[in-house]
Design a protein around this ligand. Sequence first.
Ligand code: NAD
Length: 253
Amino acid sequence: MEQFSSLKDKIVLVSGGTRGIGYAIVKGFLNNGAKVALLGSRKESVGRALEKLKAENADYAVVGYYPDLNKEQEIKEMLEELTKQFHSSVDILVNNAGVSDAKSIFDYDDEHFSKVMNINVDAMFRLTRLCVPQMKEKGKGAVINTSSMVSLYAQGSGSAYPTSKFAVNGMTKALARELGKDGIRVNAVAPGITATDMVKALDQKIVQRMAANIPLQRLGEGEDIANAVLFLASDAAAYITGAVLSVDGGFVG
Ligand code: NAD
């Protein structure tokens, strides 16, 4: 379903686009006529996502890559390839790749903490830093970061995860201030509990208890989050930057 005509022919890069929320975001942009490059961590998962999308609609303009998001050179090469493929650089960047965590602080070591921060924060900054120069040249661009409801009030374990998502909100607001004069808007969505693999891996008793406390009485779907991302990326949000939009059924508000 097409909702935002301003997204037609835009070049969109979605990290963590192979499944879950990211896959729904990729589909949302494609259904609005955008050209999309999805990123994943492995060749196989990227291949599977592309196959699934092409089976749904052979006309989708979609490509996929699997650079190591912690390696600047691999990202640069991917961006060159993408620009050749679509004959223009990225207009809209969706930083969605992320890992959650549930470890007790008593079980943490430096390596584990860094692993969460590396993908959720460092990789987000790196990808943004490498995409915004071309947006600045065009005089227009949008960056949308996937934060989380835990960025507003944390959670009872896995402290690296909320720590990383608080940082995502900080990065969103800092870059919105810095890049506004260049025509680049930077916003975030803060999903509540969304029915993806990440949530399916959690203890289902905890998930059900949380769902019962959601004012809208259900878990979020990938499409719920995608719709908010599409809005923030579109010209309908032309005067919105630095926002962290809760998409959580009213859970945090
Ligand atoms: P998911 O596990 O289904 O998908 C995660 C995506 O990130 C995958 O495409 C994966 O390839 C990618 N990814 C993970 N580690 C990577 C790495 N090291 N390098 C490159 N790519 C990597 O998760 P999801 O639930 O769809 O989560 C997507 C985003 O939404 C994450 O940022 C997550 O923190 C956030 N979020 C999810 C929920 C939820 O309830 N599902 C709630 C709030 C926020």
